[in-house]
Design a protein around this ligand. Sequence first.
Ligand code: GLN
Length: 191
Amino acid sequence: MKVGVLALQGAFKLHVQALERLGVEAIEVRSLENFGASEALIIPGGESTTMSFLLESSGIFDSLQERSNNGMPILGTCAGMILLSSKITDGRNDQKPLNLIDIEVRRNGYGRQIDSFESDLLIQGFNSSFRGVFIRAPLVENVSEKVEVLAEINGRPVMCRQDSTIVTSFHPELADDDRIHAEFLELVSNS
Ligand code: GLN
């Protein structure tokens, strides 16, 4: 199994390491060609405005939309969640969402860097809590009925799934816990 990690910008290295610990070949995706060799994609945290621009200029944006619509599994964390959403508030004016999961997000909705926090999350299907690390995290303001909410804080979704797209507003690669990556790989094997 070959799983791509978008490596145009941001916190991609620890996702690559998590995949390798789970025995999977990780591809750092920087071009349409690397993307073509990947069966699934992780979009890491980072700066969604920059990633948005680089996704478009590299041509990955259109290909990603097409492959996702054909069932390719995608995991988007933090900035990745923002990029995959259907509507971005407080983004850059020309920032275009991929519209691959029907959620509306507010960039930096939990506050700025100084408001970063950690929280023990109850995630659907997990038998013990998962440490959620939130760094300038997006706030999910709306989800459609197509979306399954897998975890929430104070009634706000922080992990969601729609078909083969999973998003988290936190950074699972910082938790020292590979369960979310393992669950994603299960989705990839079954797709
Ligand atoms: N606030 C960042 C953005 O808008 C996301 C932060 C993160 O990925 N940790 O892109």
